[in-house]
Write a new protein. Structure first.
Length: 392
C-alpha cells in the first residue's frame, strides 16, 4: 500500500470519528429528550386518570335548590331617592337586599340552620365522598367557609332580586335548607325594619306614661282643692262677687241721692230720711262684707284662692298639652313603624331539584387536562432551556 492510500485511510477514519461525535452531540440528545418527554407525559395521563376515576366512580352528586326573593317596603319613599340612585338601581330596597345577602352568609344564619335542619350533620355525613364532605372535626371557621361555598346569594343591581342557591347531597335536604334560609331571612328583614321604630315607640310610650302621671297628679290636686274649699272656681266666684259689689255700689249711689233729696226739705228725724240713711248704712256694710270676701288677706280669701287656683289651672293645662303632644308623637311613631315595615317577596319559590348539577364531570375533567398539559409544557420548556445552556 502506498503512502497516499494510507493517508486517505487515516483521513477517512478521522472523519468517521468526527461524524460519530457530531451525531452523538446533536441527534442523540434530541432523541433522548423526546423519549424522556414522552415518558414524563405519562404522569399527566396518570393524574388525569385518577381524577377521572374520582369524578366518575367516587364523587357524590350535589343537588341545587334555587329561589329568588325581593325586599319590598310597605310604603315607598319617593322623595328620599335621588335621580342618580334611581338610574344606578340603588335605593333603600337595594340596601336591605345587600344587608340580607350578608346575613345569609353570616355565622348567625349558619347556627340557626344547624339548629333547625342539622346542617353540619348533613354536610359531614359518611355517605358522601371524603373530598366533597365536611370534615368531622371542622372548626366553626372551616364550617362557615364550607357553608359559604355551598350556599350562594347573588344580588341583581338592576332589579334588586336576590337569587339564593343551596347545594345539598340530597334533593330533600337542599330544599329543606333553602326553605329554612328564606324563613330566617324573612324574620330578619322584618326585625331590621322594626328595630329603630320599636326604640322610638318605646321612648314615646315612656314619655306618654310620664305625661299621663303628671296630668293625673294635676287633676287630683285640682279636685282636692275644690273639695277642701267647697268651690268649683274661685275665679268665677270672684267675678260673681264683683258683680254683686258693683250692684251694691249702684244702689248706694241711688240711696245717697235720695238722702240728699229728702234732707233738702225734711227734718233729720223724718221717717223717710231715717229709713234712707239706714238703708245706706246696710248697703255700705254689705259692700264691706263682700269686699272682705274678695280681699280680706286671711285664709280662704278669694284672691288667695284665685292665685292658687290659677297656678293649678296652668299646671293642669301644661300637663294636658304635654299629654296631647305625646299622644300625637305616639301616633306618628306608629305610622313611622308601619312605613319602615319590610316584606320579603318570594319571586321564585323553592322547588325540589330533579337532577344533580354538581360535579360537572366533563367540564372539570376538560379543565384539568388543559391545565395539566399547560403545566407539563411549561416544565418541559424550562428543563430543555436549562440543558441547552449546560451543553453550551
Amino acid at each position: 500500500m502506498s503512502s497516499l492510500e494510507k493517508l486517505r485511510g487515516a483521513v477517512a477514519q478521522r472523519l468517521d470519528r468526527r461524524g460519530e461525535a457530531v451525531l452523538r452531540r446533536s441527534v442523540m440528545p434530541d432523541i433522548r429528550r423526546r423519549m424522556i418527554g414522552l415518558g414524563s407525559y405519562r404522569w399527566v395521563l396518570v393524574l388525569f386518570a385518577i381524577a377521572a376515576f374520582y369524578y366518575v366512580v367516587m364523587a357524590s352528586n350535589r343537588y341545587v335548590a334555587v329561589a329568588e326573593v325581593y325586599v319590598k317596603a310597605s310604603q315607598s319613599e319617593a322623595t328620599d331617592i335621588t335621580q342618580v340612585g334611581l338610574l344606578s338601581g340603588m335605593g333603600n330596597n337595594h340596601q336591605d337586599s345587600t344587608l340580607l345577602q350578608d346575613f345569609i352568609h353570616s355565622q348567625d344564619m349558619l347556627k340557626k340552620l344547624d339548629e333547625k335542619v342539622g346542617l353540619r350533620a348533613h354536610y359531614s355525613s359518611r355517605d358522601w365522598d371524603f373530598i366533597s364532605r365536611l370534615d368531622d372535626d371542622a372548626t366553626m371557621e372551616d364550617f362557615l367557609e364550607y357553608y359559604q361555598d355551598h350556599v350562594t346569594a347573588q344580588l341583581s343591581t338592576t332589579s334588586g332580586v336576590l337569587t339564593i342557591e343551596v347545594q345539598g347531597f340530597d334533593r330533600d335536604a337542599a330544599l329543606a335548607i333553602l326553605q329554612a334560609i328564606i324563613a330566617e331571612a324573612e324574620a330578619f328583614i322584618n326585625d331590621v325594619g322594626h328595630q329603630v321604630a320599636r326604640a322610638e315607640i318605646a321612648f314615646v310610650e315612656g314619655e306618654m306614661e310620664r305625661a299621663q302621671e303628671k296630668l293625673n297628679a294635676a287633676r287630683e290636686r285640682m279636685l282636692a282643692f275644690q273639695s277642701t274649699n267647697k268651690i268649683i272656681s274661685p275665679v268665677i266666684s270672684g267675678q260673681a262677687l264683683q258683680v254683686v259689689v258693683n250692684e251694691l255700689n249702684s244702689q248706694l249711689v241711688q240711696l245717697k241721692a235720695e238722702e240728699r233729696a229728702y234732707a233738702a226739705y225734711l227734718n233729720d228725724d223724718a221717717s223717710q230720711l231715717v229709713s234712707t240713711r239706714n238703708r245706706i248704712a246696710a248697703v255700705e256694710a254689705q259692700i264691706e262684707a263682700e269686699k272682705a270676701k274678695l280681699t280680706s288677706g286671711g285664709e280662704g280669701a278669694l284672691n288667695e284662692l284665685t292665685a292658687e287656683y290659677q297656678e293649678m289651672e296652668i299646671e293642669l293645662q301644661l300637663a294636658t298639652d304635654l299629654y296631647q303632644a305625646t299622644l300625637v308623637g305616639y301616633e306618628k311613631a306608629r305610622v313611622e313603624a308601619y312605613r319602615q315595615l319590610k316584606h320579603l317577596v318570594v319571586v321564585q319559590a323553592p322547588a325540589r331539584p330533579d337532577e344533580a348539577l354538581y360535579p360537572r364531570i366533563l367540564y372539570n375533567l376538560t379543565t384539568l387536562l388543559v391545565l395539566l398539559s399547560l403545566a407539563y409544557g411549561i416544565i418541559m420548556m424550562t428543563v430543555a432551556t436549562i440543558r441547552e445552556h449546560r451543553d453550551v
